[in-house]
Ligand binder design. Structure first.
Ligand code: PMP
Ligand code: GLN
Length: 457
């Protein structure tokens, strides 16, 4: 693979910064004021009212002569100055441009069950097309309560403790918005899923970073303990973990329970891959939901996403479980951030959630894909890391190249035709272990075609 291609392409991935961790001066390029200048002409469109010529006038004067509104063109003081476009968008776009096999952004390339589509259509035709109740359609909340009780032995009251959200991203943002005050600290674990830190910073909080140890990506609880301060308001955890594919143990959850006991710290447990835990028979492991730990659950927002469970990431629908007092605060914010979520889809999911075999079979389904994909990479120069859950496989490429993972991922997309995610972007300051992430939520044909290309690298 030619190194020159890298240099030409360096700017493209310079655009991708996750959680605002890659620095660049993102200040808004000044636009020269002048007659007739269009508001949309710059790299970003700016509000029409405030835009120099052509803005609102009162008897020939500008409104800004009377009211101290900000004047544009001006420098926008960004709330997220170090954030660019997410790596998922950047890599999927690049994959499309290059016609590469897209194993970067996490989404299935196969269809969800027809029965689910039929249910949605039925509820649409039955006229359930107006606003759903703010907290979520009652049948769906009841179905979730029954499922969680059966799986984790915890009873959540559908009326007061379960809220349906527009996916996990919104749920996490809303939990942060509801709980974090300006100046509060929130502990996250690196490599950290890309939406957490912007959610914290947009709400005036400060992220504190605990590092998952390389290469097993286990938490170091003494480090977490050292990060706890009187300002710690929240800890965000994620198991099974994206991007590493690790699954937290009962001992991890007990540590979390101990650390937060008798404190005002709340926890957000991102459990969107709860049904994708592998090797349950051989390793005797299971998904350790925070719901299984009463002293932890009493301070925890548990977040799940139907997108992962039913192969419909584009539907953006999920839910939050939290004790009554936390749910009350959550809904105060939720009602103004999104108010309510797609109604016919909720009613369809209510019926689907009641069909246990749909989610109970998911781990075996993805384990077969994991094993198939790993077998494809046998004989390649990639070093496969352990994968205990999620639909992501990490691979070390140090035997292939010594370039930064961002450059390698870009070159792999352009020159080999397989797109992947460089793991360094999930760190505040890029930590480059020469590891990339492949998504194996794909048909066997896709995985075989990718494997064929990757074995040649
Ligand atoms: N958390 C994690 C760990 C994820 O991987 C994802 C998306 N794959 C989300 C949250 C966001 O889920 P949703 O699409 O439901 O917003
Ligand atoms: N969570 C998905 C992933 O990790 C991406 C979701 C998104 O594009 N925001 O690949």
């Amino acid at each position: 693979m030619a190194r020159s291609a890298l240099i030409e392409n360096a700017t493209l991935l310079a655009e991708a910064r996750v959680g605002g961790r890659r620095r660049r001066d993102d200040s808004f390029p000044p636009i020269a004021p002048g007659p007739g200048r269009s508001c949309g002409a710059g790299p970003l469109s700016v509000p029409r009212l405030a835009c120099g010529a052509g803005s609102a006038t009162i008897g020939g004067a500008s409104i800004s002569d009377f009211v101290p509104v900000p004047r544009y063109p001006a420098t926008i003081s960004s709330r997220l100055p170090q954030v660019g476009t997410t790596i998922f968008t950047v890599m999927s776009r690049l994959a499309n441009e290059c016609g590469a096999i897209n194993l970067s952004q996490g989404f299935p390339d196969f269809s969800a069950a027809d029965a689910l589509f039929e249910l949605v259509a039925r509820h649409m035709r039955a006229g359930h097309n107006q606003y759903a109740p703010m907290a979520g359609a009652a049948p769906l909340r009841e179905a979730i309560a029954a499922k969680v009780e059966e799986l984790y032995g915890a009873r959540y009251d559908p009326e007061a403790e379960i809220t349906v959200t527009a996916g996990a991203t919104q749920a996490i943002f809303t939990a942060v918005a509801a709980m974090v005050h300006p100046g509060d600290e929130v502990i996250v674990f690196e490599p950290v899923y890309d939406s957490y830190v912007p959610s914290i910073e947009l709400n005036g909080g400060t992220a504190r970073y605990a590092r998952l140890r390389f290469p097993d990506y286990r938490p170091d609880w003494s480090e977490v303990r050292a990060l706890v301060s009187p300002r710690t308001r929240m800890i965000i955890v994620n198991t099974p973990h994206n991007p590493s594919g690790t699954v937290w143990s009962a001992a991890d959850m007990e540590e979390l329970e101990r650390i937060t006991r008798d404190t005002g710290i709340v926890v957000v447990a991102d459990e969107v891959y709860e049904h994708i835990v592998f090797d349950r028979n051989t390793r005797q492991c299971r998904h350790e939901s925070a719901a299984r730990y009463p002293a932890l659950a009493e301070r925890t927002f548990i977040v799940s996403s139907f997108g992962k469970t039913y192969h419909v990431t584009g539907w953006k629908i999920g839910y939050v479980l939290a004790p009554r007092e936390l749910t009350t605060e959550f809904r105060k914010a939720h009602q103004y951030i999104v108010f309510a979520v797609n109604h016919p889809v909720q009613l369809a999911l209510a019926e689907f959630v009641a069909q246990r075999e749909r989610y109970l079979g998911l781990a075996d389904f993805y384990q077969a894909k994991r094993d198939f994909f790993r077998a494809q990479l046998e004989g390649s120069r990639f070093r496969l890391l352990a994968c205990a859950g999620t639909y992501f496989q990490l691979a070390g490429f140090e035997a292939i190249a010594d370039e930064p993972d961002v450059a390698f991922a870009e070159r792999l997309t352009r020159e080999v035709g397989v797109a992947a995610i460089p793991v360094s972007v999930f760190y505040r300051e890029p930590v480059d272990h020469k590891v990339i992430r492949f998504c194996f939520a794909k048909s066997e044909n896709t995985l075989a075609a990718a494997g064929e290309r990757l074995r040649r690298v």
